[in-house]
Design a protein around this ligand. Structure first.
Ligand SMILES: Nc1ncnc2c1ncn2[C@@H]1O[C@H](COP(=O)(O)OP(=O)(O)OP(=O)(O)O)[C@@H](O)[C@H]1O
Length: 659
């Protein structure tokens, strides 16, 4: 279709130690296995990165048990298998067979409730090293929406490659990957505007930048059309040909797609029903009396057999010894009888050297904490800047709310006849900061979690660096919008125009927003949007009630209630706002014959704030901010590992059992 030449010569920067490199330009419409095999020299620069060892992964008698209402439930039943470097492996099976579970276990995403042996190149898997060698692309991964393809790739390279390569080399690698993966033409497109297939390919590209020797992909073809599926699988095959171990779960591959996989691992009801070369699946089924019609897709046939014939899974599992027996094209190998990998000394040597080097370096991430923080902060700020709709909504929300409050409480700030109205103004400001800044993370953070999960699990950066960047990135916007709200409402409501009062009032307002945002993060990082939007306001309601308790009878607040009130950060915020406005203030203007509260001290007494100290309120707010944010950090850390859910379920089931 296209006459564009396949090969383009790129001149590599002088910093590269090697001669100029050929970059294969693969057009999107030329993605056939043959074209890609011809383009065998793709990703040369990538492959020249620090030697990554080939990774063979073996697992033996792997069981996975979860806690359920009826006790323990076994999902995987002593399955064994082996996935090799240079091969594209597909884990196939009916829905609910345990494919994703097995992938999670092999990738190290799940470890709680897992029994059995998992080894890498013949040695027990060391997760610290293994995580540096592997990448996991999850089923529901999301990309950073407001970054272009090129920007996403640059950030991935900066974070994942670090100082191992200079900028020119990183640029070359990014270009090379995008060319190979067919996204070069779309390098300036925003990720959010990519098609489903292009997004999946970008997910793969992002994980490729540090040249991982082993890649796991959970359902990479879900939601794609046949052409995109084919392009993706062809690409994965190409990557495997360059010595990588590529393992993916696939629902129902077409017959032509099926032949692209080197190895098939069939799972059903938690049992391994076949492991070996894809062309040998049909003869394997014939052996146990399931003859695949010549016109039938073997992948469809095996799934139909496993689902429709009750005894088929057990039969097939017995024949392949639950994964211990592998059917290769040249020979039948049993991991027990023929330990192929143990004899491969060169692989062992490279791997051991690599492990020793990694352990020597003791660098958990490719970049330092400060670099990670800085790159992430820039990325967050850029995304915020580009989300103009959200910025406009927030701006209008702050201005409208301020004008509304200013209108309702117009010029009552120094009016001795309506001091309670001014007190209500303080509560209204408090409620504004509280709800606005709690609800933003409650609604937005669950989405961010999905993006964070892949990057965090694939060790792009530490959670501390991410969290620090997240905390700082929201400050400028909150400060500017918050100040806009405060200025408008403060002036319109006619508060005393004294700089000190205004500053003290602003500090409490902004701190309330910052503290509330921490609470919102805690809810947003622990719960889904639906649950969070119920739980967020439900948590705030009692805090608000406690904050306002004692209005009118401040002198008589019971000691027990005082203790409860001290647990609400909003009480300190309200007290701080009132003290900023009323403390050490001359008598208020009184147009009536007599104004009870023309002396502000009386008002402070009757709302129970008279004995409070402004500095103490600020310190308390800072302590609550720290508590919210630190708790949110730990909640986030637990949420990012699937362990949390399993552990939680185990505790619940143990608790129920003992009752
Ligand atoms: N943590 C867990 N707690 C309870 N059940 C679980 C857990 N993890 C997996 N399961 C159950 O194990 C079975 C296998 O799940 P898994 O997601 O691995 O299936 P799958 O083969 O990937 O299915 P699909 O193709 O539909 O995605 C399912 O019945 C699932 O409900």
């Amino acid at each position: 279709m296209s006459n564009v030449p396949l090969v383009r010569r790129a001149i590599v920067g002088a910093s590269l130690a090697h001669a100029p490199v050929d970059i294969q330009l693969v057009q999107e419409d030329q993605w056939t296995p043959a074209a890609l095999e011809r383009a065998g020299s793709t990703l040369k620069a990538l492959n020249r990165m620090a030697k990554r060892p080939p990774v063979h992964i073996q697992f033996e008698d792997v069981c996975y048990t979860v806690a359920s209402k009826k006790g323990e439930r076994r999902i995987l039943h002593s399955v064994s298998g082996e996935f090799r470097s240079g091969e594209l492996t597909c884990i196939l099976g009916p829905s609910g067979a345990g494919k994703s579970t097995l992938l999670n276990i092999l990738a190290g995403y799940t470890s709680n409730g897992v029994n059995g042996r998992i080894s890498v190149n013949g040695q027990a898997r060391d997760m610290r090293v293994f995580k540096k060698l592997s990448s996991y692309i999850m089923q529901d991964d999301l990309l950073q929406p407001r970054l272009t393809v090129a920007e996403s790739m640059k950030i991935a390279a900066d974070l994942k490659v670090g100082k191992e390569l200079c900028d020119a080399e990183k640029e070359l690698i990014v270009e090379e990957i995008l060319q190979t993966i067919g996204l070069w033409q779309h390098r300036d497109s925003m990720s959010q505007h990519l098609s489903g297939g292009q997004s999946k390919r970008l997910s793969v590209a992002l994980e490729l930048v540090n040249n991982p020797p082993i890649m796991f992909l959970d359902e990479p073809t879900t939601g794609l059309d046949v052409v995109s599926i084919r392009q993706l699988v062809v690409l994965l095959r190409l990557l495997s040909r360059q010595g990588r171990t590529i393992i993916c779960t696939v629902h129902q591959p077409s017959a032509s797609l099926f032949t692209l996989f080197d190895r098939v691992y069939v799972l059903s009801r938690g049992l391994c029903c076949y492991q070996g070369a894809s062309p040998l699946l049909v003869p394997f089924l014939t052996e146990i009396g399931h003859i695949c019609p010549i016109t039938h897709n073997p992948a469809d046939f095996v799934l139909e057999t496993l689902v429709s014939t009750t005894e088929a899974p057990a039969q097939m599992s017995e024949l392949c010894q639950n994964g211990k027996l592998c059917r290769d094209l040249d020979k039948l190998t049993s991991r027990g009888r023929k330990p192929v990998l143990h004899s491969d000394e060169s692989i062992q040597r490279i791997f051991v050297e690599h492990v020793a080097k990694e352990q020597l370096l003791r660098m958990e991430f490719a970049t330092t904490f400060l670099s990670q923080f800085w790159i992430l902060l820039k990325r967050m700020m850029l995304q915020t800047k580009r989300n103009s709709t959200a910025l406009w909504i927030q701006l209008i929300h702050h201005v409208l709310a301020a004008v509304l409050l200013g209108g309702i409480f117009y010029q009552i700030g120094n009016d001795g006849t309506t001091p309670i109205a001014n007190f209500k103004f303080c509560i209204s400001c408090l409620v504004f900061f509280m709800y606005t800044y709690v609800m933003i993370p409650v609604l937005l953070f669950p989405m961010e979690m999905r993006m964070l999960r892949r990057e965090y699990f694939n060790r792009w950066y530490s959670l501390k660096a991410y969290y620090a960047a997240l905390t700082i990135s929201s400050v400028p916007l909150m400060m500017s919008l918050g100040m806009l709200f405060i200025v408008i409402s403060y002036v319109m409501s006619g508060q005393l125009m004294e700089l000190e009062r205004f500053v003290l009032f602003s500090i409490v307002g902004l701190l309330t927003g910052f503290c509330s945002e921490g609470l919102g993060l805690l809810v947003g990082s622990t719960f889904s949007v639906t649950n969070g939007s119920i739980l967020g306001p439900a948590t705030l309601a009692p805090l608000l009630a406690l904050c306002c308790y004692g209005m009118g009878f401040g002198k008589f607040i019971e000691p027990f209630m005082k203790i409860l009130m001290s647990l609400s950060y909003l009480r300190y915020a309200l007290s701080g706002l009132c003290l900023a406005i009323y403390n050490k203030r001359p008598l208020m203007e009184c147009d009536d014959i007599f104004c009870v509260y023309s002396d502000p001290k009386l008002l402070l007494r009757d709302v129970g704030i008279m004995n409070d100290n402004y500095i103490i309120q600020i310190i308390a707010l800072l302590i609550f901010t720290a508590i919210h944010r630190i708790t949110a950090y730990f909640a986030l850390r637990y949420r990012l590992t699937s362990e949390f859910t399993s552990k939680f379920m185990t505790y619940i089931s143990k608790f129920l059992k003992h009752r």
